[in-house]
Design a protein around this ligand. Sequence first.
Ligand code: NAG
Ligand code: NAG
Ligand code: NAG
Ligand code: NAG
Ligand code: NAG
Ligand code: NAG
Ligand code: NAG
Ligand code: NAG
Ligand code: NAG
Ligand code: NAG
Ligand code: NAG
Length: 654
Amino acid sequence: MVISFSCSASRKATWILALLFMMSRVHGQSTRGFVSVDCGLTNSSAYNDGITNIRFDSDRGYVAGGLSHTILAEYMVGSDEQQKTLRSFPDGSRNCYTLPSTFGKKFLLRATFTYGNYDGLNRTLDGSPFLFGLHIGVNFWDTVNLTNWDPSLTVWKEVLTVAPGNSVSVCLINFGSGTPFMSALELRPLLDAMYPFVNTSVSVGYFRRIRFGEATEYITRYPVDPYDRFWEGWSFSYNTYPWINLNTSSQVEILPGDDYFNVPMAIFQKATTLDTNYSFIVINASLGPNVVPESVRLLPIFHFAEINGNNMQRSFDIYNADDVLHRGFSPSRLQASSLYNSGQFLYNGDAVYTLNKARGSSLPPLINAFEVYSLLRMENFTTDSEDGRIMQISGPGSFRCEDLSCDMFKCNYDKLMAEICLVNYIKQVKAHYNLTRIDWNGDPCSPREYTWEGLTCGYSSSNKNPRIVRVNMSSSGLGGGLAISLLNMTSLENFNLANNKLEGPIPSYILRRFQAGLLDLRLEGNPICSKVKDMYCSNKKKHTTPTVLIAVIVPVVLVSLLVVMCILWKLCHKGNSGDYEDYATYEEETPLHIDIRRFTYAELKLMTKDFQSIIGKGGFGIVYHGILENGDEVAVKVLMETSIAKSTDFLPEL
Ligand SMILES: *[C@@H]1O[C@H](CO)[C@@H](O)[C@H](O)[C@H]1NC(C)=O
Ligand SMILES: *[C@@H]1O[C@H](CO)[C@@H](O)[C@H](O)[C@H]1NC(C)=O
Ligand SMILES: *[C@@H]1O[C@H](CO)[C@@H](O)[C@H](O)[C@H]1NC(C)=O
Ligand SMILES: *[C@@H]1O[C@H](CO)[C@@H](O)[C@H](O)[C@H]1NC(C)=O
Ligand SMILES: *[C@@H]1O[C@H](CO)[C@@H](O)[C@H](O)[C@H]1NC(C)=O
Ligand SMILES: *[C@@H]1O[C@H](CO)[C@@H](O)[C@H](O)[C@H]1NC(C)=O
Ligand SMILES: *[C@@H]1O[C@H](CO)[C@@H](O)[C@H](O)[C@H]1NC(C)=O
Ligand SMILES: *[C@@H]1O[C@H](CO)[C@@H](O)[C@H](O)[C@H]1NC(C)=O
Ligand SMILES: *[C@@H]1O[C@H](CO)[C@@H](O)[C@H](O)[C@H]1NC(C)=O
Ligand SMILES: *[C@@H]1O[C@H](CO)[C@@H](O)[C@H](O)[C@H]1NC(C)=O
Ligand SMILES: *[C@@H]1O[C@H](CO)[C@@H](O)[C@H](O)[C@H]1NC(C)=O
């Protein structure tokens, strides 16, 4: 269980092989970059879907926890293969799937839900609310509302988003109104140019996507649409108009450079219009009472191509509720056009759009397809990617994450690998040690209310990504075949592993930070302490020597730089072990002798040699190495904040 931070070439090779092995084993091979997960599939062999021929994998390796179920036999008939099984999550307030993706790439993610009365409780029809939440990464995505829902029907949710890292997580949130579950999860890469209003700060949620004309199938998807969007056929029973469906076998031209939507030509080759003595088409995009459009802001996109055989002129206005969006639009003959107002997300409580024949037009409106998306602001930040590499942890199972070692720093797949290792770790450890840390799932610090149990995060406003500041995994039954390493978590200040069964050596990076006084490490009560007699093994009963903590508060004119010197480096220096104590014990047991002394900014500049030597980066700012006049080494902690009052955690930390 040795974790080595020195990277030899052979180790690197092993790691690359391990990576390749893992990528192919866990994620299968898909030339198109599709990731397709059939949740709850117990038959672990992947299969190709009978209709789309898309390969689906089981959700093993993408999620920790949850229970596999099968829908009732009466709902199996006619059901898609993926909808026959599901995974439910009775435990934990947040449970996340983690899928591989590529940083900064745009993609569509779709989750489907078919209840099928899998638990025999008739939950969708028992009269009480049945709903749960969905997060895309650390941001809210949508509510799945199955109240009063036909158990045989499938709900699907889609989001178009930009990958925040090399993996993306989809989390199910328990609202206390029924057990969250999922039937399938699909990730489909898009081109970067597509949906230009989607960027790192704005994602869009599927609201409706409809094609017109006489489609042979209820939902048009892959392979007709290479991006596997779901295009629902328009239900002509919605309105009693004398609908007229048009079709053409001629090519519909897509102008070069118009690659924002890449709507399949087959969809442009069909359209719907009305009898000529009608003048308007009302499009009701509402999905019924379970999806309420009132609270959301919607962006409609309309797709048109004139495919009528005769040469009569057609022009019409497009309304969002009562407001004109586009006036006097004439679709070009056999040429695709998509109309949308980029970035204009509109309130439209009914999700009703109207195409109104313009004055002078000889033909009524025509439409080929439309899409409606809701605005999702990606306002919450993931935990700092340095910390996001998180703990590379391995369990007693077959795959050992420590084999990956430190080369992860250099690899694009680092975060993914760490998260997958974590997922495996949770599964295996929970099984072996009956661990109760069921909320170790998804992003460690974000959103705030879902912070992992045992972690304390820093949310200083000067640093937008939260950082992990403290980890408490004491008395967690860690040990035996377990090894834990923390990668480059420069913000970590307190790491408590006391009273576990850990044996392995401490990674040198951790030791260095400990010796520099930047990390409070607690390992007492572990087998490792029977071999090593270092201060991190000191137990609380040992006698303690009084010590001096120097705090420096400097008001600085220009930047309001607040500098606090918190730890005497010398105190923690390893060479003098034995006599010295883990300073954390003082916190709890010894009345501190605090010597408050003011330093000027000039003095600090001098002692840190102009803030040259950075020895760490905390949740509040950078930590510098400095030397006092008397030769004592100090750590100078800089608070990057205009007011100390804003950083409520800083003083207690001191
Ligand atoms: C698992 O799926 C494979 C391929 O679809 C099939 O051949 C096999 O019989 C299935 N096994 C079980 C136990 O259902
Ligand atoms: C489920 O509940 C509804 C409403 O109470 C009832 O009509 C239906 O028969 C029940 N179905 C089953 C399978 O229990
Ligand atoms: C961001 O996080 C805050 C606090 O955790 C939460 O209240 C808010 O709803 C989140 N925003 C989104 C878009 O999820
Ligand atoms: C993201 O797109 C929205 C419109 O959809 C735009 O208002 C915003 O400025 C964009 N943000 C960035 C960072 O490009
Ligand atoms: C196309 O339209 C013609 C009538 O204009 C109709 O006879 C034919 O069945 C349609 N084809 C399809 C595939 O809908
Ligand atoms: C529309 O015109 C047709 C004849 O072209 C006629 O049969 C029909 O009644 C008219 N409908 C309306 C609502 O005027
Ligand atoms: C739109 O459709 C929904 C359900 O499909 C219905 O409840 C609503 O009344 C309709 N709105 C309009 C304006 O027709
Ligand atoms: C969920 O659906 C039910 C039944 O259609 C509806 O009454 C309720 O308002 C919906 N709840 C939410 C939060 O959308
Ligand atoms: C885990 O808990 C179960 C039931 O609570 C118990 O039967 C089992 O022995 C426990 N396993 C371990 C390794 O403690
Ligand atoms: C650390 O965790 C243990 C066990 O969960 C708990 O008893 C202890 O109070 C925690 N310590 C701190 C400082 O939170
Ligand atoms: C930690 O990360 C920083 C940059 O984020 C890098 O400069 C430093 O070398 C890393 N340290 C280790 C031990 O990898």
